[in-house]
Write a protein that binds this ligand. Sequence first.
Ligand SMILES: C[S@@+](CC[C@H](N)C(=O)[O-])C[C@H]1O[C@@H](n2cnc3c(N)ncnc32)[C@H](O)[C@@H]1O
Length: 294
Amino acid sequence: MNHVPVMAGEVMELIDAPSCSSLLDLTVGAGGHVLAFMALSAPTAQVFACDRDEVALELSRTTLDACGDRVRFLHGDSEQCCRRLIEQGVQVDAVLLDLGVSSMQLDDVDRGFSLRVDAPLDMRMDVTQGQTAGDLVNGSSVDELERILRDGGGEPRARRIAEAIVARRRQRPVRTTGDLRVLVEETLGRRGGRIHPATRVFQGLRMAVNQETQLIERTLPLALQLLAPGGCLAVIAFHSGEDRIVKHFMRDRARAGDRLLTKRPAGPSPAERRTNRRSRSARLRVLAVQGERS
Ligand SMILES: C[S@@+](CC[C@H](N)C(=O)[O-])C[C@H]1O[C@@H](n2cnc3c(N)ncnc32)[C@H](O)[C@@H]1O
């Protein structure tokens, strides 16, 4: 399993971790970025560690156990966590969003994120709420399915697959990741390329199930409200649609007087690209709000 945090060095340098007295990590996952922050910041620095996945949050509690009461854990999606902290009047020097699924979620076969293993079609990062991928596949109209596969997955043959799903479920529900994978293979043919033909379908469904795009749009302005003067917002996106939202948001803020620390998105170093495949599509953008860090 690979729990190495993506672009941790670049993030810590851009947010200037040694001068931060607090961090809000909205996607704590396995806690790798928090550990990197703790190693560089002052011994009194505080962290708010959030994740919408209770399993990930439990794991990060173990990983970060040695940090004691310097870390406060919150379960919830990034919007919910920001709202709770704003209500409590919290201010931080840096906010981090490392978007998407973790390798742990992909490797946990029962969660239904991976097309390589047969499992129930779930794909929820937070299993305590919301619709599963199975609910969407078996309950959405053909137009909705087409939009999900096209917008989130970037699937050019979205209509054909959506129609095949609707035709299949008239006979029997599409219950498992294996059912869906075979259905896509039968519809598009099994090409021998490096990327499986169902990859985009799985990505589109995962993004729709977790409302990932909508959450980013709602989270970014809230994250800014939590920043102290001179504080930094750092976002790592792996999906071009998500990165576009972050880019436009930060450009608008820069026009209003905040400072873009990444004129272009930063990417992983050649060494990281070699050792961590997942890092290859990472794009990091960082914005510093007006004012001097105290
Ligand atoms: C890529 S991993 C983060 C890895 C982490 N930075 C580390 O160092 O281990 C993404 C994590 O964020 C969570 N997540 C993704 N989007 C989220 C959101 N909008 N709100 C809260 N948690 C989210 C996922 O459940 C997952 O555990």
